[in-house]
Design a protein around this ligand. Structure first.
Ligand SMILES: Nc1ncnc2c1ncn2[C@@H]1O[C@H](COP(=O)(O)OP(=O)(O)O)[C@@H](O)[C@H]1O
Ligand SMILES: [Mg+2]
Length: 234
């Protein structure tokens, strides 16, 4: 089996061939890695993770997930995406939102996961995000930072192998930021999941990443910021 969880080859991203945004000649990402994508506003960071998620089609080149041939969708629930706007069901409760994630990751037409387990998984990730006191609160009544934590709890309850998180560390106060980082990093290390975060703040990006992708002027320069990226070549 291919040990790379994400392989990028000759990729150009953007919305029209006349105005491509970013080129990435080659990039391999391993299970358990934490990658931060950083760069100025409007450069194409969100577009890059939407392309990895399969929401935006590449202009050229390809992204392959889990060593699968190009174009094969990953198994349901294996990819967790936390969009910048969170994508929560705003009128529904914290518990309901997180259970949607747990169900997406653990049920399939062939395998019914007992609802008791779905609920336990959800309660566990809600507690990790410090929201046990808000279980039945409608999401729309929560602060921006609390809503962000609901989105993270939903994704962790899903138990994905890849998490793509867009600016998920912003809008959090110092203490909550540390808590969220600790919990998410622990999840990633324990499950050998791969985390890709978009983070415009370079020092915040550095504080979580094994490796940073700096998008500048339409090119990506992977450079080693901590320990695990030695096999990476450009
Ligand atoms: N759906 C879309 N269709 C066309 N252009 C888009 C779309 N979404 C974003 N863009 C443009 O692509 C560029 C990069 O956007 P984005 O990836 O959101 O940047 P970043 O996340 O780095 O701030 C911007 O110029 C933006 O206006
Ligand atoms: Mg963005």
């Amino acid at each position: 089996m291919d040990s790379k969880v994400i392989s990028i080859d000759g990729l150009t991203i953007g919305y029209t061939k006349k105005s491509p945004l970013v080129e990435i000649p080659s990039l391999e990402i391993s299970p358990g890695e934490i990658i931060a994508i950083t760069g100025p506003s409007g450069v194409g960071k969100t577009t890059l993770i939407r392309t990895i998620a399969g929401i935006v089609r590449p202009l050229f080149g390809r992204v392959s997930l889990f060593g699968q041939p190009f174009g094969i969708r990953p198994p349901r629930g294996s990819l967790g995406y936390i969009p910048q706007r969170l994508g929560l069901v705003r009128h529904a409760s914290v518990l309901h939102n997180v259970m949607l994630g747990a169900r997406a990751g653990h049920s399939s037409p062939y395998r019914i996961f007992p609802s008791r387990k779905i609920k336990d998984l959800s309660l566990d990730s809600i507690s990790r995000m410090g929201l046990s006191g808000k279980l039945y609160e409608p999401v729309r009544k929560l602060s921006g930072g609390q809503q962000k934590r609901v989105a993270i709890a939903r994704t962790i309850a899903q138990s994905p192998q890849i998490i793509l998180a867009d600016e998920f560390l912003s809008e959090l106060d110092e203490k909550t930021l540390e808590m969220v980082k600790t919990e998410v990093v622990e999840f990633v290390r324990k499950e050998s999941a791969t985390l890709i975060v978009v983070e415009h703040d370079v020092s915040r990006a550095r504080s979580i990443a094994d490796r940073m992708l700096v998008i500048d002027d339409g090119r990506v320069n992977p450079f080693i910021s901590q320990t695990t990226a030695l096999e990476v070549t450009k």
